[in-house]
Structure formats: structure tokens, C-alpha cells
Design a protein around this ligand. Structure first.
Ligand code: SF4
Ligand code: SF4
Length: 383
């Protein structure tokens, strides 16, 4: 599969090349000065700073023994990411703010001139952090219900109050922020009430709202909605979509959540985009365990250098399994990825191709056993 890719050189020359996507990263000579530059289709890197978290969400799957990302390694990889054309870096965890080096890491990320995004549970942020957070492209805060249910789902009393305090702080700032809610058994009746509450706090500062289904693996099956419960959630999503317009709050994944809700809700399917999945050529996950061109495939590239990793035969193999649709397939719509992916997936549904059925345990990307919260991956941080 080939794609037109824009190129630029430090000599000022710009152009396009017809890039073979089966080769994740290659060097090409500038047609003007002859300098060799890296050419790739990558645009986004997702960095899991650690698997530690200060909360214990019932749907969270983390290695039972957690590690922190090495700060200097993280900085050097981000520099490489910028050199190969990545434009967006998104930080997640665990909880990114339990990593002590996060402020230095963020400083470095901003210095590279990239768009920086972040996902947080919102419990550890203070007023003095606002000026740094205002430099983010966006900050997504996860909230999973009103006070009692949120605290139950999150496994820690007081977390709702703490996160709401953060949103109140955000509403007074210039941070571009939104929320994400994981729809599940314990919150499906109150997602509209929760949205109303956040809208009241944020008003026009509430930039976007997102909803996803709980990721279904054998251990989380009990959190899934049945058909009647799905209808209750669906009615509320329609109402949220309508109300969101009043405060100019962007309703993420409109098409999936409203037009194709049944496909979204049916977690029994795994699907690959019709023309082949190019995500492993566009996106790269990075954790203390290595580089993941696809989190779902779960194979880590262990090299220390991002460039060496993407030039390895193993990277080619992962990319090829996406393009050839031999990958495990996405457990539908836990992640909607982007428009190209969604269109490809919809076409697979329409033609009833590239679909596998049944909830499977996805390959484990970690050497340690995956579990929920354990004493090995939960960290107590004062808030
Ligand atoms: S325990 Fe909750 S807040 Fe922490 S990483 Fe998991 S889902 Fe996020
Ligand atoms: S599992 Fe397959 S379809 Fe899903 S993101 Fe990875 S390569 Fe694409």
C-alpha cells in the first residue's frame, strides 16, 4: 500500500513522496541538497509514563508489578519522535501525575514544538500547575459517574470531590479540557446527570465530552451492559449530544455513539478496517516496556532507540499484520481511533468482512501478569 507523504528538509525544500507503508520508517535523500531525512507516516505517539496509579478503578487493567518510565529515555525518544515526523504526543499512564519527572518531561515535550495532550484522573492537580497545563493542546479528565458511583468505580472515596475541584479550577483557566466516561454497569443510568453537572461547572470552557465502553476481556465481562441497559445509555447519549451544542461542547465520536450505537455497544466483535489497518504506520505507543505500533497486538519493540525500533524486521511484521488484516482485530470501539479507521471498520461491518466474534483475552504486552489494582501498581499520593 502506498501513500503520498509530505516531506521537508532543513535546507528549506518541501515536497511529497509516494511512500510504501509496508516500510515503517526509511531514509530518503532530499532532492534539493541531498541530505538524508527520515520519512514515515507516523503522526502520533502515546506515552504511558508508568503503570502506577493512585486510584483502583474496577475496569482498569495494569501489570501487577508496575514500573516508572526512565525520564531521560523518555526525553530522548521524544526528540527522535519529532525527527521522524510525529506531530502529536499524548501522555497517559496509569496516572501520569504520579510520575515525579512529569514536569521536566512536559517541558521537553513543549520545547519540541509538538502538540501535547494528556489524560488524567484529575485528582493530583493544583493551582500552581495551571500555567504549564495551559500550554497543552488538550487535557482529558476521566469521570465515571456522580459522587457515590464514581468513587465506587474508582475504588477510592473522595476521588469525585477531588476531580470536581480540578474541573472547577480548569473552568477558571485557559486550559483546553474535556472529559471521558467509561460506560458500564455502575453508571449507565446517570451519564446525562453527570454531563449536566460538568456542563454547569465548565459552561463554554467545557470543550469536549467523550464516552467509551468498558474494555471487555474475560475479567471485566460482568461490567458490560445488557440490551435493555444499552437502550437506557443510548437515550441519554442522544440527549447529551443535543445539550452539548448549547455550550459548544464537542461530542466525540458522534457517528459511532448515535448512528451506529448498536455496533458500538456490541462488544462481542473484533474487527479490522476494510482496506487494511494503517494504524501501526501512523501511531506508536511507548511505555517502559518498549514501543508498540499497536497496543492491541501487544508486541513490544525492545530497542532503546525509537528509530532503530521502527527500522527493525519486528516493526515491519506488526505493520504488515495490520495492513494484511491478520492482526487480532480491535475489540470494537473501545477506541474509535480516527476517521480513516472508523470508515474502514464501518465498511467491514457493511460487507460483513474482516470480523471475528467472541471476547478474547488480548495478547499481554507485559512480562508481568495483567490484573486490576494491586499493591504492586497502586501508589498512595497525597492530594
Ligand atoms: S486505576 Fe483508574 S485512573 Fe488509574 S490508570 Fe486505571 S483507569 Fe486510570
Ligand atoms: S488490532 Fe489490528 S485493527 Fe486494531 S489497531 Fe491493531 S492493527 Fe489495527
Amino acid at each position: 500500500m502506498f501513500k503520498q507523504i509530505e516531506t521537508s528538509c532543513s535546507c528549506g525544500a518541501t515536497g511529497t513522496v509516494n511512500k510504501n507503508l509496508e516500510i515503517p520508517l526509511e531514509k530518503m535523500a532530499c532532492t534539493s541538497c541531498g541530505k538524508e531525512n527520515y520519512v514515515s507516516n507516523y503522526y502520533k505517539m502515546d506515552i504511558a509514563l508508568s503503570e502506577f496509579c493512585n486510584l483502583k478503578c474496577q475496569m482498569c487493567r495494569r501489570p501487577s508489578y508496575a514500573v516508572f518510565m526512565d525520564k531521560d529515555w523518555c526525553k530522548s525518544v521524544m526528540t527522535e519522535a519529532a525527527a521522524i515526523g510525529i506531530k502529536v504526543i499524548s501522555f497517559s499512564g496509569g496516572e501520569p501525575f504520579v510520575h515525579k519527572g512529569i514536569w521536566e518531561i512536559l517541558d521537553h515535550a513543549f520545547s519540541l514544538g509538538l502538540k501535547i495532550q494528556l489524560v488524567t484522573n484529575g485528582t493530583l492537580l493544583r493551582k500552581e500547575h495551571i500555567p504549564v497545563l495551559e500550554k497543552l493542546d488538550c487535557c482529558t479528565v476521566s469521570l465515571d459517574g456522580m459522587r457515590d458511583n464514581h468513587d465506587k468505580i474508582r475504588g477510592k472515596k473522595g476521588s469525585w470531590d477531588r476531580t470536581i475541584k480540578t474541573l472547577e479550577m480548569y473552568a477558571e483557566s485557559n486550559i483546553q479540557w474535556g472529559t471521558n466516561t467509561v460506560i458500564q454497569k455502575d453508571n449507565f443510568t446517570e451519564i446525562k446527570e453527570l454531563f449536566n453537572h460538568i456542563q454547569k461547572i465548565g459552561g463554554n470552557k467545557y470543550s469536549y465530552c467523550g464516552f467509551s465502553n468498558v474494555e471487555l476481556v474475560p475479567e471485566t465481562l460482568h461490567l458490560a451492559l445488557n440490551k435493555d441497559e444499552e437502550k437506557v445509555a443510548y437515550e441519554q447519549l442522544l440527549a447529551i449530544k443535543e445539550d452539548a451544542q448549547k455550550t459548544h461542547t464537542w461530542f466525540n465520536d458522534d457517528i459511532l455513539l448515535t448512528k451506529y450505537f448498536q455496533r458500538f455497544a456490541d462488544k462481542n466483535t473484533r474487527v479490522r478496517p476494510h482496506g487494511g489497518c494503517t494504524l501501526p504506520t501512523r501511531f506508536i505507543g511507548f511505555s517502559a516496556h518498549g514501543f508498540y505500533p499497536c497496543w492491541h497486538i501487544g508486541k513490544a519493540l525492545k530497542q532503546k532507540s525509537l528509530i532503530e525500533a521502527l527500522m527493525s524486521p519486528e516493526a515491519k511484521e506488526i505493520v504488515s499484520s495490520g495492513l494484511c488484516k491478520t492482526c487480532v482485530g480491535c475489540n470494537t470501539f473501545n477506541y474509535s481511533w480516527d476517521e480513516e479507521w472508523v470508515n474502514g471498520v464501518m465498511k467491514s461491518f457493511d460487507t460483513n468482512e474482516n470480523i471475528s466474534y467472541g471476547v478474547v483475552a488480548l495478547p499481554n504486552p507485559f512480562e508481568e501478569e495483567l490484573s486490576g489494582a494491586t499493591s504492586g501498581n497502586t501508589i498512595d499520593v497525597e492530594w
